[in-house]
Unconditional design. Sequence first.
Length: 224
Amino acid sequence: MTFEPITSPSTQDAAELLARLGGVLVDGGAIDRRSLDRARRVATETGTRLDQVLTQLGLISDRGLAEALAQLIAAPVLGAADYPEAPLFPDRLKAKFLRRVRALPIAATEERATLAMADPLDVFTRNAVAAALGRPVAVAVAVPIELEAAFDRLYAEAADIADAEEILDETVPTGCARDTATTVCCTRWSRRRHGCKRRSFHASRSWRGSILPNGGCRRTAASS
């Protein structure tokens, strides 16, 4: 697929485009006027964007919404085959940031980069990526489930590390330090005091714990 550059809308333009979304969906037969009025009421009452309400209420599919947004900004809708085989710009764009903003670079030339976006009206993200890459950004609209599949494939290792850190944050209490590789048991006294849970480790390594000045746990590895 060839990606043509589009003019990045300002925040005001994005708001105007979003206001036009309902009309595009009704004119295209994606939803009826009654459903649109219902979604607008919910959006007003909850302070949620209309496009998000439409999918949350099940009034339109993610792909249907993507196609409508693409029509609004004259951008292409991506398919699963349009994502790259390897991450682009991993030294400049962190996987955690990209996943949080639901955007992924999918193509690049010396003149510009192409960014797959689940929310192509997100002006901040588009400008932030352009600044980080030092080149203009063309936008392509991503279907959320396909974007997530691309993230899982391209950044599997980063996802594993993030999952491990989340587990550690849930398991290790405040006051317990941990190394960057894994969790290590505290001393018996400090475990009782701070509620640390003993975890199993590879049999080739032995571990010891020492108490920090504040009574917390310091994890150190001893050679087997």
